[in-house]
Design a protein around this ligand. Sequence first.
Ligand code: ZN
Length: 235
Amino acid sequence: MKFDTILEYQRVDLELIALETEATSSKERAALLTAKKNLDTATSTVGKLSAEAGEIIANYGKIQDKMNDLKTNLDEFTGLLEDLDDVSEAEYYLKEVDAIVSEIIALDKEANKEMNRIDGVNNDYKKTWEAGTKASEVFRQAKAVYDKFMAELQPKANEIKAKLDALQKEIPEDLLSRYKALRDPKKMPVFVEYDASKKICGRCRMEMPNDVIEKLRQSGDYAECPNCRRINYLP
Ligand SMILES: [Zn+2]
């Protein structure tokens, strides 16, 4: 019968799909994905905290520069005031000095705020770094467990693939290409027996339209169901 080999191929291929499903839905893979996500989160947080620390240090540097400029101004006034006789002029300069001192005090407070911020960032950084180191270790272990699990499935997968390769040589090209077009989107089983008595699809049970029924007249005929896209064949 024309369909024997492709049906056998489909049966063996279902074993391969079951094996693939076993791998993708395994607890080993779930653990690996979780570990990867935790590691990525820690890595990205470390990056953000580094950037924030850099920004704070730059701010702190700017504040220090401003303070140094003001202190230089202040030093100039000290010289001026010593040589001054005029009281009103002295008062004017003293006011200027007061203003500069207030500005320095305000900047000092700002600098302290930045220092406190950097302490906070430092603590967060340490904690995240520790969490990241742990996450990295958990990931390493999960990866080893997953690799071992996959390696154990490999001989079975190889065996199935060898069977498929052998069967493939005996299947007409047109049947095989139609099968593969539906196999990859996992429309399994691809080949279903046409229910000729009811004129319905062997899979989705939809009534076949006349143009499809026309194609399914004698043994060996096959046609695609317009609803579920499965290949209906007549044995
Ligand atoms: Zn159908």
